[in-house]
Design a binder for this molecule. Structure first.
Ligand code: SF4
Length: 148
């Protein structure tokens, strides 16, 4: 199976610890995090994705806002510059340990976070990155810190 993600969710998945807009949103996201951790690949899509799905019935349809599309453009450009590989709609990405470590390092130093500007979750995500991504739910085998 393949997980469909819009570009800025390539960043958001790095710091997902089980918090989100609504209970339905969070429960769905937890299932997606488990699928990604189990090795399902990612298809980058334009517009609402598998993470957005529970929000599409909401009155405010935040996922269709122009500002969110702008976040996607900034995220795909940043990830493409980092990885020297396609990260826009249509790209396929395998979330392996090497990919995740490079993404985490760049997220932690802020070099791929232009898309995070004016995001209400930014302080939380900054703190999670500063903690060494403690408690995140997208964690492929081999990424876990060594046990004592
Ligand atoms: S600050 Fe917002 S856009 Fe950036 S990773 Fe966190 S939730 Fe996603």
């Amino acid at each position: 199976m393949t997980v469909r993600l819009r570009p800025h969710h390539l960043l958001c998945m790095l710091t997902f610890v089980g918090k989100g807009y609504t209970e339905a949103f969070t429960e769905n996201y937890i299932r997606i995090a488990a699928r990604l951790s189990a090795g399902e690949d990612i298809l980058v899509v334009e517009g609402p994705d598998d993470i957005c799905a529970p929000m599409l019935g909401e009155a405010d349809m935040y996922c269709l806002n122009e500002s969110v599309a702008d976040r996607d453009i900034k995220a795909s450009k940043a990830v493409e510059a980092l990885l020297a590989a396609a990260a826009g709609p249509g790209a396929s990405i395998w979330l392996n340990v090497t990919f995740l470590q490079r993404m985490r390092a760049a997220f932690g130093d802020g070099s791929i976070r232009e898309a995070c500007q004016r995001c209400e979750w930014s302080p939380l995500c900054t703190g999670i990155a500063a903690s060494g991504f403690d408690g995140v739910l997208v964690e492929p085998r081999g990424c876990q810190p060594a046990q004592g």
